[in-house]
Design a protein around this ligand. Structure first.
Ligand code: 1CP
Length: 344
């Protein structure tokens, strides 16, 4: 892996304690950056924005130019998978995603993988172009939503707080396991293609993993993730995979042990000292600054950053947030954050 030698993010994922640790931020491209808002204002439909390689490449590069992050993440969204499977997906201004809900085995009949790769070809093109245009010390991360989290949007038909329809169907419903199997197949294929096109690491975002009971967490988070990791490794044995089962609590340990991930991204409810003791001996830990502290900035943010660095820098570690950066974040606070991580 000579390509990985000068990429601190890949060295950390290979198990090395790198000093200073690599840093990137979830959702590092996006609305907190004026240059993103400017490009985004020219395109009505958010999915069209994701499916236009010129634009997706440019907005992926924007945060690298400002902050020199150690990793770039493909600009796309987790909801391109339902869209590619044939579900109607729209993003409404100020409202977020709106999908025609899938609530029964019958509703599943309209979905299928036959057009998956044709539909996602522009994303693969974006990955290829990024692989040849990012700085040589920057790693390229591909990603997808994990099946459970993508299913919550497909079943609810929108973002939701309690995910009642998905959680209920998951307990008693005919067809829910088929939906997860379809998503597991599509997600594994999608990520393998991203690796084929030059992604150097893959992250699975399971934003809503934390709403499940332990038995359901095993079935809908751990099992599909383990299956996806196994399939990726069969096709690309050396590519590292990072899981982000947000809100998993004490289940983070089981998640790491049973899925085969190379890295785990932890949310800001996890004590860094616990992660250092329990998770770091098993895999690389990524996280976990509270995204609100970056809105606040100043000494409070600095104290949080230093606490996380002190706890986790002794083992394989990637500095990140506990969840995506928020649109209200002052860009100068991000610059300060990166300086602190790098020792300024
Ligand atoms: O109008 C706009 O500009 C849309 C805002 C936006 C952006 C910038 C959305 C809509 N998606 C994205 C990009 C995006 N989404 C990335 C890009 C790469 C990066 O810079 O990191 C990534 C990795 C995602 C992943 C994503 N989308 C997640 C998982 C991670 C997380 O933050 O929890 C989820 C849950 C989504 C769904 C989604 N997409 C967009 C919105 C507003 C939402 C959330 C809907 C809700 O409230 O539930």
């Amino acid at each position: 892996m000579n390509a990985g030698k000068n990429k601190t993010y890949l060295r950390a994922l290979a198990g090395e304690a790198v000093t200073p640790p690599p840093v990137w931020l979830m959702r590092q491209a996006g609305r907190y950056l004026p240059e993103y808002r400017e490009l985004r204002s020219g395109v009505k439909n958010f999915l069209d924005f994701c499916y236009t390689p010129d634009l997706a490449v440019e907005v992926t590069l924007q945060p690298l130019r400002r902050y020199g992050f150690d990793a770039a993440i493909l600009f796309s969204d987790i909801l391109v998978i339902p869209d590619a499977l044939g579900q109607k997906v729209a993003f409404r201004e100020g409202e977020g995603p709106v999908l025609t809900p899938i609530r029964s085995a019958d509703d599943l009949k309209g979905l299928g993988m036959d057009r998956l790769h044709d539909h996602l070809a522009p994303v693969y093109e974006t990955v290829s172009r990024l692989a040849s245009s990012i700085p040589e010390t920057t790693a390229l991360i591909g990603f997808a939503g994990a099946p459970w989290t993508v299913a919550t949007y497909m079943v609810e038909g929108r973002g939701s707080k309690d995910h009642a329809a998905a959680r209920t169907w998951a307990f008693d419903g005919d067809g829910f396991a088929d939906l997860i199997t379809l998503l597991t197949d599509a997600t594994a294929e999608y990520l393998i293609r991203q690796a084929d096109h030059g992604a150097e690491a893959l992250q699975l975002f399971d934003t809503w993993a934390g709403v499940l009971s332990p038995s359901q967490f095993g079935r809908w988070v751990i099992e599909p993730t383990a299956e996806i990791v196994a399939r990726i490794k069969a096709a690309h044995p050396d590519i590292p995979v990072v899981g982000f089962p947000r809100g998993a609590g004490v289940m983070y340990e089981t998640f790491v042990r049973e899925t085969g991930v190379d890295g785990v991204s932890i949310d800001n409810s996890v004590p860094p000292s616990w992660a250092a003791r329990v998770l770091q001996p098993m895999c690389t830990v990524q996280g976990n600054l509270d995204n609100m502290s970056v809105i606040a900035g100043g000494p409070a943010m600095e104290a949080e950053v230093r606490g996380i660095l002190a706890a986790l820098s002794g083992g394989p570690f990637i500095f990140n947030l506990g969840h995506g950066i928020l649109p209200e974040t002052p860009p100068e606070n991000v610059a300060r954050l990166v300086d602190i991580v790098r020792g300024a």
